[in-house]
Design a protein. Sequence first.
Length: 165
Amino acid sequence: MVNIRIIPATMRYAKAYCAAVDIVARERRYLSRTTGFSLASTKAFFRSAFDDNCPILVAVDDQDRLVGWCDIIALPGDCCCHVGRLGIGLLPAYRNHGLGGRLLKAALNQAQGRFEQVELEVLSGNGRAIRLYERFGFEQEGVRRRAFFVDGQYQDILLMNKFLQ
């Protein structure tokens, strides 16, 4: 595997981030959507995260191609902004090499002092991701039964949380 760097996202990565999310979404197995976001909405997402001092990290190869991401975004509302929502994804060829753990560790380190807790949603059938989150101290808080429906199949969504402070 090529040398992968984990770095803070900048606006120059918005287009590649947008494309990576679309690739993962089209797999119809990991995200709650089947297509990515528009470039305009991705840029707005970046601007909002940067303004709120929220970590958005990207994994890039030695040719500066984006191969994964991890972000922790504040929940909306001034009464909930101490809670961050985790999003993470890797392009298929870069899975199973420890990169998800590296991204998650870096994002959680950046979230220290900004958030008191981080929450996430994960499909119940995604055992690899669930084990990763548990290794990093996330605990299951709840289940949304049959909340995910794609290609005629239902799946539960697990709600997980980690307190940082």
